[in-house]
Unconditional design. Structure first.
Length: 202
């Protein structure tokens, strides 16, 4: 009986040693596979790590640059609000934020009625500035109609109403009627156009 116990205990120990050896073999096998993988793709792994690091540094640097640019343009605008003739602030605003510069110039030009400056602003890269300056410089029925024909026109209906009024003054009622009929019914100027059609044109 004692011998059976020793035999069982010895078998259990042998099985335990085998399982430990087996798990150690698996561990070493995994280590070898991992080492081979790293050796094989070492350059790719390093390149990916470098790309990630460069990307993170790039994002952080770009954010810092943008914050600095916005701060500079805000300071320049603040100076211009205090002194409209501050040429240094105007130059700073133009270099740091061209769209804000164009908007500032639009507000000054519109307030003064400076048509030459408004004409220049028609080429602005800021869509709102370009659109509004195009509208501000349109002073004939043809120019207003050309403006209204653009798909991105913000003041399309207003341009149509203004063009119709100018045509009414020239006693061109049919053309005025055609322009007023193009004003959207859902527009804020829909009722104005309907009233002009009813009272002014017929």
């Amino acid at each position: 009986m004692n011998q059976k116990r020793i035999s069982l205990s010895l078998k259990e120990n042998i099985n335990m040693v085998r399982s430990e050896l087996s798990s150690e073999e698996q561990f070493f096998e995994q280590a070898i596979v991992t080492e081979r993988f790293i050796k094989k793709y070492k350059n790719v792994i390093v390149a990916i790590a470098v790309a990630i690091a460069v990307g993170v540094v790039g994002v952080v640097a770009y954010r810092a640059y943008e914050e600095n640019r916005v701060e500079k343009s805000n300071l320049a605008l603040e100076k211009l609000m205090k002194d409209v003739n501050d040429a240094a602030a105007l130059s700073e605003l133009k270099s740091t934020n061209p769209a804000l510069h164009d908007l500032w110039m639009l507000s000054l030009s519109a307030a003064k009625g400076d048509m030459a400056s408004l004409e220049k602003l028609k080429g602005s890269t800021a869509p709102f500035v370009s659109d509004l300056s195009s509208y501000q410089t349109a002073n004939t029925p043809k120019m207003l109609d050309d403006y209204a024909m653009k798909q991105e026109s913000i003041y399309k209906d207003l341009a149509l109403v203004q063009g119709a009024i100018l045509l009414m003054k020239e006693n061109k009622m049919d053309e005025a009627h055609e322009k007023l009929s193009r004003v959207s019914v859902d527009s804020a100027l829909g009722k104005v156009a309907a009233a002009l059609l009813h009272y002014g044109v017929k």
